[in-house]
Write a protein that binds this ligand. Structure first.
Ligand SMILES: [Zn+2]
Length: 593
């Protein structure tokens, strides 16, 4: 039993030691991420306060900030109108300065539990006791002022031995005195500007021990503190929490582009920057545009000054841009002269060229070119600008007009182009030029039907209808006129020679054979002839507007007849119109002028 008890005691002891180690480790981890002490300002206004001057406690070394030696307050001169940048060469600073808004009152609170071990109130010789807000630089008289600290309180934390020095306190506001115990967050005095201070602020120091804080040899002189330096002091920033982060002020840097043309340009924020100053003294720069920053007030239609409003975290700042009235390009040159426009004719289209005596650009849109023939008005399509910029080209396709449209083309070019200086050039040309011809040559050589359908024409029986058959036809005609005998071949094939079926063979037959021969050489096929035959609805051996109108009428009336079913699909519809058009376009052609 005794042994078991002993073993249990040992086990419990080991466990306890392990727990201690674990606990210690956890504490260390905590110390690294969580501030050991609270912010030394309490009350409702605490979130207005911020650090305006950092710790520069490097022994024997002058602080250097922004390339300048010595003390430089970062206070905002708008909030502190009397404060100027203050430099004290070769002087280190071993605490942190905390300030707020000029004129506001701030409660200084203890950052930890502890005991008040010294205050300036114990020393009647401290002039600040009698001057609650006495500001005096070291360059002025009255150095016997708590060593420059003015009204101060020193509180020691029993667990660490660290001493916390609160200085420049407002005289007559002390809530504690030497020997008092205080708790973290307890108000001890009001922020002031006593001692060596240029503006209301709390000078806050953390010293490692009482020995490096209080000078026990002090005997009533002006200085009761040990010298502060990097071996005696800790940088408060590493130990205390910060005031709640609140945007104190925003300022804006204008964008690079501040002039805009009326109506055309959008706000360009390149180069614009929002400088956000927090109560903690930290300044953050935000490049614009930024999703969290609202920018409004830009109106490119409002000529003159535009005030652009930039909003962030409930605060607004503005900058001005200028909207310049867009110069109305003056008309310097009117391209309305007849000789400035020419035409070129191609197989399928006409090209309309507008010439300028200097290079132009189109601006927002190319000019419009319309072409009217009879009652049909078509818009020519823009076809580009020449490499030298002096010629605008337009095309109008022959097929854009109805197949039976013919007549003079009236061309109307209107609009504007711009020259190199952005000056407007008016294009205003009206003129008539080429005619557009009707389709012709789409007619059926009905006299070929005997050749095509009945195999006539091949008199010599060599399988082709050609020039030698024509000469045979002529010879037959000559023999008949002179009562000469025909040769055997002619005698046998005399029926084939009457290609127009009029009962006699004569010069007309010879010319039809020659004509047929010429057509075959030109590529006209039997199929083509059949198509033309179908389209010749009124059977006058020509395909023309009369046939077309008959066809359209028949389709409108919707009465089916084989004759009109050109594509032979059993219906009368637009496909038949298409068939007709295709025959005309394929087998007919525009008359040239
Ligand atoms: Zn200070």
């Amino acid at each position: 039993m005794k042994n078991i008890k002993l073993r249990n005691k040992i086990l419990i002891s080991i466990l306890f030691i392990i727990c201690l180690f674990l606990f210690k480790n956890i504490n260390q981890v905590k110390a690294a991420s969580v501030p050991a002490y609270r912010w030394p300002i309490g009350g409702d206004n605490a979130n207005e306060t911020y650090m305006d001057y950092e710790y520069y406690g490097i022994a024997g070394q002058a602080p250097v900030k922004d390339g300048k030696s010595g003390r430089e307050y970062k206070v905002n001169n708008k909030l502190w109108p009397n404060e100027k940048a203050y430099y004290a060469k070769c002087e280190s600073h071993n605490g942190m300065d905390i300030t707020g808004i000029n004129g506001h009152t701030y409660k200084v609170v203890s950052v930890c539990n502890g005991t008040v071990i010294a205050t300036s109130a114990e020393y009647g010789g401290n002039p600040s006791t009698n001057y609650p807000d006495r500001n005096q630089r070291r360059t002025t008289a009255g150095l016997n002022d708590g060593g420059g600290y003015g009204n101060y309180i020193v509180i020691q934390e029993p667990t660490t031995g660290r001493c916390f020095l609160y200085a420049h306190l407002k005289g007559g506001t002390f809530k504690v005195s030497k020997g008092n115990k205080v708790t973290a967050g307890q108000e001890i005095a009001t922020m002031g500007s006593s001692g060596d201070s240029g503006h209301m602020h709390l000078h806050f120091e953390i010293r490692k021990s009482k020995e490096v804080t209080i000078n026990t040899a002090w005997g009533g002189g002006y200085h009761r503190f040990q010298y502060a330096n990097s071996t005696s002091n800790l940088d408060p920033k590493d130990y205390i929490g910060s005031s709640p982060k609140v945007v104190r002020q925003i300022t804006v840097t204008k964008p690079s582009k501040t002039k805009y043309y009326e109506g055309t340009e959008n706000l360009n924020l390149a180069g614009a920057k929002l400088s956000v100053r927090y109560n903690t003294g930290i300044i953050e720069n935000i490049n614009l545009p930024n999703n969290n920053v609202k920018v409004s007030g830009f109106n490119n239609k409002k000529v003159g000054k535009n005030t652009v409003v930039v909003e962030y975290a409930g605060q607004k700042v503005t900058f001005d841009v200028e909207i310049i009235a867009k110069p109305q390009p003056e008309i310097k040159y009117v391209a309305a002269k007849r000789e400035k426009v020419t035409f070129q004719r191609y197989f399928k289209y006409r090209q309309i060229n507008i010439y300028f005596d200097k290079p132009v650009t189109l601006g927002n849109a190319e000019p419009t070119v319309t072409v009217r023939v009879q009652n049909e008005v078509k818009t020519a399509s823009y076809a580009g600008i020449s490499d030298d910029g002096k010629k605008l080209m337009y095309k109008i396709y022959n097929n854009e007009f109805d197949i039976f449209t013919e007549g003079m083309m009236y061309i109307d070019c209107t609009g504007t182009v711009l020259d190199k200086e952005n000056k407007k050039i008016e294009v205003d040309c009206k003129f008539k030029n080429l005619t557009i011809g009707k389709l012709y040559k789409c007619e059926l050589k009905h006299t070929f039907s005997a050749i095509i359908n009945n195999g006539k024409g091949d008199i010599n029986g060599d399988g082709v209808v050609d020039g030698s058959d024509a000469s045979r036809a002529l010879r037959i005609y000559a023999c008949r006129m002179s009562n000469e005998e025909l040769d055997e071949i002619d005698k046998k094939n005399i029926d084939k020679a009457d290609v127009n079926d009029d009962g006699i063979v004569d010069a007309v037959d010879a010319s039809i054979i020659l004509s047929y021969y010429a057509d075959k050489s030109a590529g006209v096929t039997l199929e083509d002839d059949k198509k033309i035959l179908k389209c010749d609805i009124n059977s006058d051996n020509k395909v023309d507007v009369y046939d077309f109108n008959l066809l359209k009428l028949k389709i409108q009336n919707a009465v089916y007849e084989d004759t009109f079913d050109l594509n032979e699909d059993g219906k009368l519809d637009n496909d038949d119109i298409e068939f007709f058009r295709n025959v005309m376009y394929d087998l007919g052609s525009r008359k040239r002028n």
